[in-house]
Design a protein around this ligand. Structure first.
Ligand code: NAD
Length: 242
């Protein structure tokens, strides 16, 4: 039997128009899955989807309506990759009520809602993969990312809890926690080259990760071969967390 194939499986990748989401979608497609990308901006989404041969839908996962739109376009979902843009940086004392609520909806409740919607079908078919993109900040909170630190930890524990409930039904629930990965998000957070250099000096691999290196971990978790890996947090961080 050929290893790591996903023919006949359908995936929904949210936050899929660029960066880690797009890289994960590309790898899922290379393994044979049919993929629908969801994100907010039609232009970037269309370009990204055409580049890899995916389907696409404009949907904002921070609202229940946006989630319904994404799910309606995707149809049956065998593989859910729950991902979206990260909360903006701020010192913990400066986070507003509005920013907490935005983070709650975009980073935490998006995963809760998407997973709740796809799980009944996965359990019935006795096959499913729920994978959320979190962050290295779950284990090591970053001072300037308080909303991300809190919401990613919540996503991590929620998927561990779900894993307990559905493990016997052939459904796995895991998180992939990227370290510093060279995407638009990272470039925005570390625009100063001197700052970027200081940071890479602290990473054992001495470089930022590539989006495809995170995407490959997501794709592996989606395979049949990863069926016994559930409730786990897979760090893809060049050794940062050691
Ligand atoms: P990115 O900002 O480059 O891409 C985010 C994607 O999500 C885009 O496609 C964007 O259009 C989409 N998106 C944003 N808000 C959305 C919403 N409400 N509904 C639907 N789509 C939405 O980010 P990235 O660097 O690829 O990172 C992906 C995730 O991983 C982010 O949550 C980020 O915080 C996290 N992360 C990134 C790094 C890194 O170094 N790049 C490190 C740790 C964690």
């Amino acid at each position: 039997m050929t290893l790591f194939r996903l023919e006949g499986k359908r995936a929904l990748v949210t936050g899929g128009s660029r960066g880690i989401g797009l890289a994960a979608a590309h790898d899922l497609m290379r393994l044979g899955a049919q993929v629908t990308l969801a994100a907010r901006g039609a232009d970037a989404l269309k370009t990204a989807a055409n580049a890899i041969g995916a389907r696409w839908v404009v949907a904002d996962v921070s609202t229940p309506e946006g989630i319904q739109t994404a799910l309606a376009a995707a149809g049956q979902v065998d593989i859910l990759v729950s991902n979206a843009g990260g909360p903006p940086p701020a010192l913990p004392s400066a986070v507003t009520e509005e920013a907490w609520l935005a983070g709650l909806n975009t980073t935490f409740l998006s995963t809760v809602r998407l997973a709740a919607a796809v799980l009944p079908g996965m359990r019935e078919r006795r096959w499913g993969r729920i994978i959320a993109i979190t962050s290295l900040t779950v284990g090591r909170p970053a001072l300037n990312l308080p909303v991300s630190n809190a919401m990613r930890a919540a996503v991590t524990n929620h998927l561990k809890t779900l894993a307990l409930e559905v493990a016997a039904d052939g459904v796995t629930c895991n998180t992939v926690a990227p370290g510093y990965t060279a995407t638009d998000r990272l470039r925005a957070l570390h625009a100063d080259p001197a700052d970027a250099e200081k940071l890479t000096a602290k990473i054992p691999a001495r470089r930022f990760g590539e989006p495809g290196e995170v995407g490959a971990a997501v794709a592996f978790l989606a395979t049949r071969e990863a069926a016994y890996i559930t409730g786990q947090e897979i760090l893809v961080d060049g050794g940062w967390s050691i």
